[in-house]
Write a protein that binds this ligand. Structure first.
Ligand code: IPE
Ligand code: IPE
Ligand code: MG
Length: 260
């Protein structure tokens, strides 16, 4: 059974620097919210209890992200591969999404959050599809934090969808095959107008991307925290940003690019 360290000792890596609120926050932070099951198992609870507590961690994180000045927060809430879990757990996760939107959408809207959803809509239950559209429609003019919910999301599937639509555009004569660039591919992804993530955080100690934002993460800084997602809080987010601020982003050049 793995231990669940508290968020206060969630610093990781040798570049960890103290969080400095006077420095610009990373514009786009993406989080792989992992470790719910292990958090629960470590306490002798059913996995679903970890997922429930994970929703509370998500609420805290959305508030903290907006407060810190992050513009875009992407959260990995259900992967294309998570369908392979037992039906009861998949059902619980679907129920939690339903309840999250029903209970929290009004409050998110009031705080100026704009909700976006990436991932495959096809194959989702009709009512979930409707809730996702309702969340996006209600909040589409909001100017605060953009909350991108990666739901039924897999990066390879997203890139394959883009490739399919690019092929259609070429077949219909709307696009020259020879004119396809990386920017063209980006423009066919699920949320083409959003900047790439500056920082990707994964909780639970696992150090992999698990099919998350594979195209967009080309130059993202990766921070892996030992804390399980239900224990994630503002201190853990600030620790990750502190580590991010200690990194040198070079984008292939020789000079560190500053800014956020
Ligand atoms: C993350 O926690 C939530 C989802 C993947 C939906 P997990 O359920 O993966 O928890 P662990 O990794 O098994 O502990
Ligand atoms: C990634 O976590 C997916 C989400 C957080 C929604 P997983 O728990 O599914 O990833 P693996 O299976 O450990 O790689
Ligand atoms: Mg996991």
């Amino acid at each position: 059974m793995s231990e669940a360290p508290s968020a206060s000792n969630a610093k990781s890596g040798s570049n960890a620097a103290a969080f400095d609120a006077s420095r610009p926050a990373p514009r786009h932070v993406a989080i792989i919210m992992d470790g719910n099951g292990r958090w629960a198992a470590g306490r002798g609870m059913p996995r679903v209890e970890g997922h429930r507590r994970g929703v509370e961690a998500l609420r805290r994180t959305i508030r903290a992200a907006a407060d810190i000045g992050i513009k875009v927060l992407t959260i990995f809430s259900f992967s294309s591969e998570n369908w392979s879990r037992p039906a009861a757990e998949v059902g619980e996760l679907m129920g939690l999404l339903r309840r999250f939107i029903r209970n929290d959408l009004a409050e998110l809207h009031k705080s100026g959050v704009r909700v976006r959803v990436i991932g495959e809509r096809e194959g989702l239950a009709d009512d979930i599809g409707r809730l996702l559209i309702e969340a996006e429609e209600l909040t589409k003019a909001n100017q605060g934090l953009t909350l991108v919910v990666a739901f039924n999301y897999g990066a390879r599937q997203e890139i394959a969808r883009a490739a399919r639509r690019i092929a259609e555009a070429v077949a219909e004569g709307r696009l020259e095959a020879a004119a396809i660039t990386p920017d063209t591919v980006s423009s066919y992804l699920d949320a083409p107008d959003l900047p790439d993530p500056d920082l990707i955080i994964r909780t639970s100690g696992e150090q992999r991307l698990s099919n998350f934002l594979l195209w967009q993460s080309a130059y993202s800084e990766l921070v892996f925290l030992p804390v399980h997602w239900p224990d994630f809080d503002r201190a853990a987010l600030e620790a990750a940003i502190g580590e991010y601020h200690g990194r040198e982003r070079r984008f292939g050049g020789l000079v560190a690019k500053t800014g956020s």
